[in-house]
Design a protein around this ligand. Structure first.
Ligand code: ADP
Ligand code: MG
Length: 451
């Protein structure tokens, strides 16, 4: 394996551990500068990257490198300023070369006009009961943008295919209806666009730049929560596109009614179209997903191994893909992948409820979900916005971790354990009667188990 291949393998794995935004910020224009025996030196474009990579990513990078080649012992970073075009051309060439290996990473293939990644299509999107409504709605929108469901709102936990699905809609439209102008924007970018337009007094030209768009796709719209000014401007953008029958597609980690600090008028706009969720695939579907990914990568693995992955890696689809990639890279180098090795390699991916859902995770997730600080959950207050999340936290400790009621009471400041029993029973009962609460609890659970 040469240095280019080695580094591409590391990148292919790293992108499953960090967000896309982080990945392209810190890993674009990096490569292996030198390799002498035990030490690898990575070149990075500037001092900032150097500092960030060596502080935050040194360990995971070294770990991945060592899994590929355990003679590697040390890692360092050097700054190598970019020389404009040359580098870009070279990276295109490099990625072309890596296409043979099918273990390429595709951040650089994003379409400049639409911001869409051509990798996300309906053809390679696996459908099962866990996402069939979302898939059907997305397909309907792709066939008739602006007509069938407007807006289309897709929600669900991390790594469950939201970005894939909404980009598939965009790709299908821009391929089949060439005149339609499609734009995909992450909500983070969208908000920073609004903020800088406000600051530079150029809101009108910001809006004018959006006006020609026929299909606007905004990913992770929950990001707009709490940003009052951005919501106000977005409301106007939404209306002007909507009135002209332009299609709006949104994704979020939760349904509109569960996004705290979202203006009511936006909530009701979001609820005015089609809302569909994606959830966790079951075992059979996980197996189908693995096989689809293998086909895409032109690779193969024994049935026994695929079965092991499908049974054990169940957090989300991103993890499933990450696990598969890891095995494929190993297989490419060593070509002797047996089940024992697989078990060793996939240790970090294998799901155990006790690893994932622990006390800290539950408290952290519930607090975050309701926009509270963790300590608020323990405040001795009767305020409704605290009492409900506190009761949900108690409920989940009991239900998910089988904590005893006295143990729960102790955690919550030595309250009488009847308080914990009361909380548990109350949420249990409401959970049956109140759909909104059920949905919230499901989303919280999804977050606990998928993060
Ligand atoms: P989200 O946006 O919900 O966090 P992504 O759309 O980024 O999740 O999906 C994570 C990874 O899993 C992507 O590589 C995507 O292609 C893959 N994936 C998710 N759902 C599916 C699916 N149903 N079929 C095929 N691949 C999927
Ligand atoms: Mg996403």
């Amino acid at each position: 394996m040469n240095n280019i291949e080695l580094w591409q393998s590391v990148l292919a794995q790293m992108q499953f551990h960090i967000s896309k935004a982080n990945f392209s910020t810190w890993f674009q224009n990096t490569e292996i500068a030198t390799r002498d025996n035990e030490k690898i030196v990575i070149s990075v474009p500037n001092a900032f990257s150097k500092e960030w990579l060596s502080n935050k990513y040194n360990k995971p990078i070294l770990k991945i490198l060592r899994e590929i080649d355990d003679s590697i012992k040390d890692l360092a970073f050097v700054i190598k300023p970019q020389q404009g075009k040359d580098i870009q051309l070279r990276s295109v060439e490099e990625s072309n070369r890596m296409e043979d290996a099918q273990l390429k990473f595709d951040e650089f293939k994003i379409n400049k006009d639409t911001n869409l990644n051509p990798r996300y299509t309906f053809d390679n999107f696996v459908v099962g009961s866990f996402n069939e409504l979302a898939h059907a709605a997305a397909l309907a929108v792709a066939d008739n943008p602006g007509v069938t469901y407007n807006p289309l709102f897709i929600y669900g936990g991390t790594g469950l295919g939201k970005t894939h699905l909404i980009q598939a809609v965009g790709n299908k439209i821009s391929q089949e209806l060439k005149k339609k102008k499609v734009k995909y924007i992450s909500s983070e970018k969208f908000v920073s666009g609004i903020v800088s337009a406000i600051r530079t007094n150029s809101m009108e030209s910001f809006k004018a730049s959006l006006a020609p768009i026929d299909v606007l796709i905004l990913d992770d719209i929950q990001f707009i929560a709490g940003k009052i000014k951005s919501q106000e401007e977005f409301f106007h953008v939404f209306n002007s596109l909507y009135e002209k029958n332009k299609q709006i597609i949104l994704s979020s980690d939760r349904p509109p009614n569960a996004i705290a600090e979202l203006e009511d008028r936006l909530k009701s706009r979001f609820e005015g179209g089609m809302i569909a969720d994606v959830s966790l695939p079951d075992y059979e579907t996980r197996l189908v997903i693995l096989k689809t990914k293998l086909q895409e990568k032109n690779a193969d693995l024994p049935e026994e191994i695929l079965d092991y992955i499908a049974i054990n890696v169940k957090k989300n689809v991103r993890e499933l893909e990450g696990a598969l990639n890891k095995l494929l890279i190993y297989n490419k180098i060593n070509q002797s992948l047996d089940l024992e090795t697989v078990k060793k390699l996939l240790k970090g991916f294998v799901f155990s409820p006790f690893d994932v859902a622990n006390y800290k995770k539950i408290i952290e997730t519930v607090a975050k979900f309701y926009n509270l600080e963790e300590k608020n959950l323990f405040d001795p207050t009767r305020r409704k916005e605290i009492v409900k999340p506190r009761q949900i936290a108690m409920f989940l400790l009991r239900k998910e971790l089988k904590y005893s009621f006295p143990a729960i009471a102790r955690k919550f400041g030595g309250k009488d354990h009847t308080t914990a029993i009361y909380a548990y029973k109350k949420i249990l009962q409401e959970n049956e009667e109140n759909n909104k609460l059920t949905e919230e609890i499901n989303l919280i659970k999804q977050k606990i188990y998928s993060g």
